[in-house]
Write a protein that binds this ligand. Structure first.
Ligand code: ADP
Length: 247
């Protein structure tokens, strides 16, 4: 039963930038144990929705709860502490720092604090190395993060997200700009991590990947959910076709 309880629940979320209504009364439930895909045309509010949920920006209205706990408007580190980790559409890496230090920076979602002053904890270093091995880039631990490929940077970012052991992982375009071989690696990792009990919420434009990877698809258009369900159902939903094709 635990598997399909609602984890993250968003109610009536709204966010405008000046006159641009980016998210407009969005209400979405994400169930535990699933790989949820959040799709929708460019500009439909997916990233803004992510940013509001994870505390990167403050919503104008609405509530966000996780496991029944109100996390509305909480700072990113509080959201992370509640069990939600996230990656970014454009990789947030520190290009002049080593791959290993980048993973260690994931210990504290608030940033570099972990690397400053008091120094590294041996247990964190062991964990970071294990995670680099898990995502398949442990041979690059000493390289500058800016020197590895974009796909490898995405894997690095995933390793960083995993440092805080999040039970729910939000990924913004994990396959965007990544070569096919590394897309497969990322896809396999998501499937494996999900089988181990982690819930995913993934914004992704690669429809072939979305249909193959996810077991629940939420479709956004003009700042709110217009459809949700299994990939096969959503794919043939007239409202979804209209949103994408304007038919
Ligand atoms: P998506 O991720 O679905 O492409 P976004 O959330 O990025 O959609 O954008 C939704 C709308 O909000 C777009 O019209 C976009 O231009 C606008 N928007 C997003 N962020 C900002 C911002 N910081 N300032 C002004 N407008 C923004």
């Amino acid at each position: 039963a635990e598997q399909h309880e609602v984890g993250l629940s968003v109610r009536d979320l709204s966010k405008s930038f000046g006159g641009v209504r980016a998210v407009v009364g969005a209400s979405v439930d994400f169930h535990h144990g699933r790989i949820n895909a959040l799709i929708g045309p460019n500009g439909s509010g997916k990233t803004t929705f992510f940013n509001c949920v994870t505390g990167m920006i403050r919503a104008d209205a609405g509530t966000v709860t996780y496991r029944g706990k109100d996390i509305t408007g909480k700072a990113p580190h509080r959201v992370a502490h509640a069990g939600i980790g996230r990656s970014f559409q454009v990789c947030r890496i520190f290009p002049r720092m080593s791959v290993l230090d980048n993973v260690l920076a994931g210990v504290r979602p608030s940033g570099l604090v972990a690397l400053m002053g008091s120094g590294r904890r041996a247990s964190d270093v062991d964990k970071a190395r294990a995670l680099l091995a898990r995502v398949g880039i442990d041979h690059l631990e000493g390289a500058e993060a800016g020197d590895i490929s974009y796909g490898q940077q995405k894997l690095l970012e995933l390793a960083g997200v995993l440092m805080t052991d999040p039970e729910t992982i939000m990924l913004d375009e994990p396959a965007g700009g990544v070569n096919p071989a590394l897309i497969e690696r990322i896809s396999t990792l998501i499937t494996e991590l999900n089988a181990e009990g982690r819930t995913f919420i993934v914004v992704e434009h690669n429809m072939e990947l979305v249909m193959r990877l996810s077991d629940h698809v939420i479709v956004f258009d003009r700042g709110a959910q217009i459809a949700a369900g299994p990939p096969s159902t959503v794919q043939s939903d007239p409202a979804v076709l209209e949103a994408y094709l304007g038919v």
